[in-house]
Design a protein around this ligand. Sequence first.
Ligand code: GAL
Length: 394
Amino acid sequence: MQRRDFFKTLTLATASFALAACPASSVPPEAGVSIRPGQVWRDTDGAPINAHSGCVIFQEGVYYWFGVHCVEGDAGNSAQVGVRAYSSRDLVTWKNEGVVLAVSEDPRSPIARDCLLERPKVIYNESTRRYVMWFHLEPKGQGYRGAQSAVAVAEHPAGPYRFVASFRPDAGTWPVNTPKALQKELNAEEARRLGRIHFIGGEVPDYPGDLIFRRDFRGGQMARDMTLFVDDDQRAYQVYASEENGTLHVSLLSDDYLRSAGKYARVLPGGFNEAPAVFKHGGRYWMVTSGCTGWAPNAARLAVADSIWGPWRQVGNPWIGEERDTESSFGTQSSSFLQTSRPDLVVYLADRWHPENPIEARYVWLPVDFREDGRPYLRWRDAWDPRTPLKPAP
Ligand code: GAL
């Protein structure tokens, strides 16, 4: 079964569960009043905000939100428009800044209309003073087989972004945390063994954890769900789901953030994590991921490390609540974290997908709860206001 079909089956089987699992909100959907996770959010023109699986950055007093513009119906499961941006001074009132990276009408373009363009993330490079966008790209008509990273760049946060390149990252380098004995390309027997396995984007029995990154040594590593993270020293990293979604890679970017630098580590091999979202708090690196069930929600996982290179250790599900809600992460899948200038305010940015009609996907933003054990937690709130101090969790 193709990955899309596999996920469609999963999605249809779980969509009604996901909706039932989402708590109904009693708060009326007024614009510009507070953040209301899961409701329709409107921009300053009154139009529903359309920016999925993205990120928010903060630049000179202004927040910029980037995300994929989704259209109605089945066509909305591929890119018809591109990446849209919004700006805000308070995280609540959002002005439409338009389409900042448009799909191309040229069918030969890597970002031709109908490609799959997912999870755009933008970071600012202090030395080049450019805004650099990375996203997951699947060339038109190839399903999810391409597994590429793509890069675009702009002089201003609200664009326009110019497409730079798409590629599989980290070609021709061995992971920093892999034994020397595994730093060799596949022999014929290993290649045959790998060729017999039918990968479905989710867990497979006897996952051949030692083979896939070696198969992809020359051509570059598979890169699907992804995020970017900039550390205090301005070094930036792409974290991407690789090796047929079974293993994450943490990959250093070049100083100008436009390429992968050729240094990467394998993280949680065979763990089947995707939708990675990373932030730093209390001197440690935290990562929330989902399991690999396509558009259907599943129980999120939290991992922690003292170094971005790992070792990463999984420490359970970050959600607090009734089991029926935490096992679906309240119907959400992580997209990124926003670290604000307030140390007490780190925001979980997530999507609640709607693959039958992608334009109906909703945003769920929630402040992270830091408790005395130093560990971040997520819990549901019907509404919250980032402009006022957060009330402690009940
Ligand atoms: C999800 C992934 C999404 C999208 C989807 C396609 O698991 O997180 O970004 O790729 O699969 O089925």
